[in-house]
Design a protein around this ligand. Sequence first.
Ligand code: AMP
Length: 429
Amino acid sequence: MKKQTLQAPRGTHDILPDEQPYWQFILKRAKTILDDYGFEKIDTPIIESASLFVRSVGEETDIIEKEMYTFKTKGGDELSLRPENTAGIARTYIENGMHVLPHPLQLWYFGPYFRHDNPQAGRYRQFHQIGAESLGDENAATDAELIFIGYKFLESLGLKNLVVKINSIGDQSCRPQYIKALKDYYRTRNKKLCAKCKGRLKTGILRVLDCSELPCKEITKDAPQIVDYLDAECKAHFRNVLEFLDEVKVPYILDSKLVRGLDYYTRTVFEIWPEEKPDGSGLQLALCSGGRYDKLINLLGGPKTPAAGWACGVERVILVLKENQLIPPEPRAHPKIFIAQLGEVAKRKSLLLFEEFRKAGITGKTSLGRDSIKSQLRIANRLNIKYTLIVGQKEALDGTVILREMDSGVQETVPIGKILDMVKSRLKS
Ligand code: AMP
């Protein structure tokens, strides 16, 4: 039988040690800003009942129709790998009776999400989101605060000239009139729409607005705009969000074609995009997307709870950091010492020595499995380590250590009780 090469499934990636500084940097910055604004961390399961997503994201959306990984368990339950987390947050809010907690309840999360999408740059089948949700407040200030925090978080990574795109898609009281107007508009123009959009006319007409196919874009140019159909309350809410953003100096673009592909949104929807380069190069996809979902918790059986939130795609953020040559600081201090050993007694002594240095805040490396001093020195050199402590068979017995300065190769024998202080003062100088 032919041996098959093992590979990560299409659209998924290993996050190798070289990549980890990006992840740690981004998470650290997210944690700092979200902690500062009073958001509390929450983790929910990666699997949830499939019906949770069908009921919240919407049966006729791309995510549910095509992209969700759903399976039957041995016990007969139908579960899905989560494609997003707002639904999970709403579920845990209801299940854990969080409505009794002080509101707004501000939560944040980080984890993997799964969509069976067509893999390409910035679009994967397993990807990671950092998300923030604010539950229990319908005030426009909440929407603006969330956008502000998302914007400041991305800026804190070094990203500049970010673009906030914003729209209001109204609510149940005014959106039906708009949908009717859209249906009337496309009825006489549907022949030129792409096949997908022809289907969307029946199931999700709002998505025709943000279709990227050229003929659809052309037809949509003159389509009715939602702002003209917002009722007085939705209009006032939207105006308040924008005035708040003006006040806190977050620049934005009104984008009447921005609708987002999830059914639960009401009123404000927004996306934060990377800077558009004059030559058209670079990733042009939303880094952070979100909006208000005032009806979701009630729809799932919980009390009426207005809410809003966003999620940032970490892989996309990393792509843009790399495009802009923004290099994160190393999360770990560079190892300062290497401990090389020869023989069984020396191996044991080395581990204790390593622990003594670690406790004193001096990080190091060892290779306890190796028995050749030469090969251990080679590793120390490759790692660019300044000092190697050699514990050979003789040294292990007479309680000494050889201290080798790697650049010059100069060695001296030091009593084991004095080695920590000596290395400390050498490192200082
Ligand atoms: P959404 O849950 O669709 O509102 O997406 C929120 C954010 O997650 C987007 O702005 C992207 O940054 C990221 N994202 C969504 N889908 C993918 C994907 N397939 N691959 C990578 N990132 C994604």
